[in-house]
Design a protein around this ligand. Structure first.
Ligand SMILES: [Zn+2]
Length: 304
């Protein structure tokens, strides 16, 4: 029902947006499969959008892992890179640094950002940056990070499948998120919202652990006049914390997809999604196609 109320001139487009700063884990696989399933059921485009802005933490094996993982799950995105090489040649966030920098200067012009010189150690001790209340002495520009003053954010309104029209009070959720890092590069929240806008993403499916990111990104979209993102439809899915009834936790061993796919098929992942969605005969579901067939029988908006 919500989908019918969306009157976009552009097609519905959702995305899978991994960051190659580590091996993907089973929780990522659930989120990918849910997003893929949604795209299939709504004839939406599915974009693969890889966040590699934090170049220091990116490793080639993590990038490869994204493509191996999608292969393992049988997910073929309809847009975005289809290989590591294509990603590096055409899609890397390094090609959009100008867009990020332009957005940062617009935010600075609006006084939406404030300089922060807290060290990592200070932030650990104080828990919270206090640079807004007691501005740091001007030293070299290079040591300054810029943070978002969320105290200026009014209550944000967003549409979420599960929560309905939802109001977020950003300042409580995420007091002072980083927007520009000390090295001058855009921080994750900014490059993410700029990229979603750049690629025309209008449906965002993500875990319930990312409500704060949604708030930060919506506030940035409001400040930057990114209207499509402001009217995007969200679905914050509950985190799926078990596989075949076994709790997923680091303490129980490696939960990386990388390790998992050495010794198991993807079937338990699809069955777990089917159980989560309360699909009939969940035990018979073994792959994307059988999941899709079963999900077609549902009145989807009641679930999503
Ligand atoms: Zn600070």
């Amino acid at each position: 029902m919500l989908v019918e109320s969306l009157q976009w001139s552009k097609p519905l487009r959702t995305r899978i947006a991994p960051t190659p700063s580590g091996f993907l884990h089973i929780g990522n696989a659930y989120s990918f499969v849910l997003t893929w399933l949604w795209s299939q059921l709504h004839q939406a485009e599915l974009l693969l959008r890889i966040d590699d802005a934090d170049q220091q933490r990116i490793r080639p094996e993590y990038l490869e892992d994204i493509f191996y993982s999608l292969d393992f799950l049988g997910i073929v995105p309809s847009c975005g890179p289809s290989s590591v090489q294509e990603f590096l040649d055409k899609f890397s966030q390094t090609y959009r640094e100008d867009l990020y920098q332009h957005a940062i200067s617009l935010l600075k012009q609006q006084n939406a950002l404030f300089p922060c010189r807290c060290s990592r150690k200070q932030l650990q001790q104080n828990k919270l940056c206090t640079c807004l209340e007691s501005p740091p002495q001007a030293e070299s520009e290079q040591q300054t990070a810029w943070k978002l003053d969320t105290a200026q954010a009014l209550a944000l309104e967003l549409r979420d499948w599960q929560a309905g029209t939802h109001h977020l009070h950003l300042h409580h959720l995420a007091p002072y998120p980083s927007i520009q890092k000390r090295d001058g590069k855009a921080a994750y929240q900014l490059s993410s919202v700029i990229d979603d806008d750049f690629w025309g993403v209008n449906v965002i499916i993500r875990g319930a652990d990312l409500w704060a990111s949604t708030g930060i990104q919506l506030h940035l979209a409001n400040l930057l006049g990114k209207t499509e993102f402001q009217h995007a439809l969200f679905y914050h899915h509950p985190l799926i914390l078990s596989l075949n009834g076994e709790k997923l936790s680091k303490s129980k061993g490696d939960t990386s997809l990388h390790a998992y796919r050495q010794s198991a098929s993807a079937a338990p992942i699809f069955r777990q999604i089917a159980t989560f969605l309360q699909l009939p005969s969940a035990e018979k579901i073994t792959n994307g196609q059988t999941l899709l067939d079963a999900a077609h029988t549902l009145e989807w908006p009641k679930i999503f």
